[in-house]
Design a protein around this ligand. Structure first.
Ligand SMILES: [Zn+2]
Length: 153
C-alpha cells in the first residue's frame, strides 16, 4: 500500500471499520515516512470451496439455512441465526484467508451454535462430523456437560 503523497510503501493502520455489507474494510492509514494520512477501501472477497471442488462466495444466508435445519423445534429466532452467521463470518475473516473450505465454515459454526442451543449443536455436529455411533453422541454430550470448549472431534 503506497502512500499517495510520497509513494513510500510503509504505512500503519490507525483505524479500520467494516463496511455495511461486510465485504469491504475502510482503513485509515498513516504513512511512516511523511506522516500523512489516507484512506483505503479494501474489498475482502471471501470464498468457500465446497467438497465438490466448486468455489462460491461466502454467504451468511447459507450459514443460516444450514443451521436453521438443525434448530427446528428449538427456541431459536431468526435474529439468533443472523447473529450466529455474523459471528461465523467474523471468525472466518479473522483468519485472514480469502478462500476457506466448507469444512472450516462448519468448524466456525460449531462454537457459536454450542452457546446458542445445545440440542441444535448436537444435531448439527452429528451431521457435520458424521457421528456414526451412539458413542460419538455420548462423547459430544459428555463434552457439553463438562462445559468444555475444546475443538470437537
Ligand atoms: Zn508518505
Amino acid at each position: 500500500m503506497h502512500c499517495p503523497f510520497c509513494h513510500h510503501d510503509g504505512s500503519r493502520v490507525v483505524d479500520s471499520r467494516t463496511a455495511e455489507d461486510g465485504a469491504s474494510i475502510r482503513r485509515r492509514r498513516q504513512c511512516q515516512q511523511c506522516g500523512r494520512r489516507f484512506t483505503t477501501l479494501e474489498t475482502t472477497g471471501l470464498s468457500v470451496c465446497k467438497r465438490s471442488g466448486a468455489v462460491e462466495p461466502f454467504s451468511r444466508e447459507k450459514v443460516m439455512t444450514g443451521v436453521r435445519r438443525a434448530c427446528q423445534g428449538r427456541p431459536v429466532s431468526d435474529d439468533d441465526l443472523a447473529l450466529l452467521a455474523h459471528k461465523v463470518e467474523e471468525s472466518i475473516r479473522a483468519g485472514g484467508q480469502a478462500l476457506v473450505d466448507s469444512h472450516e465454515v462448519g468448524l466456525a459454526i460449531l462454537g457459536p451454535l454450542r452457546e446458542l442451543d445445545q440440542i441444535a449443536y448436537l444435531r448439527f455436529a452429528s451431521v457435520y462430523s458424521s457421528f456414526d455411533s451412539l458413542e460419538d453422541f455420548e462423547a459430544a454430550i459428555a463434552e457439553l456437560r463438562a462445559g468444555g470448549r475444546g475443538e470437537p472431534a
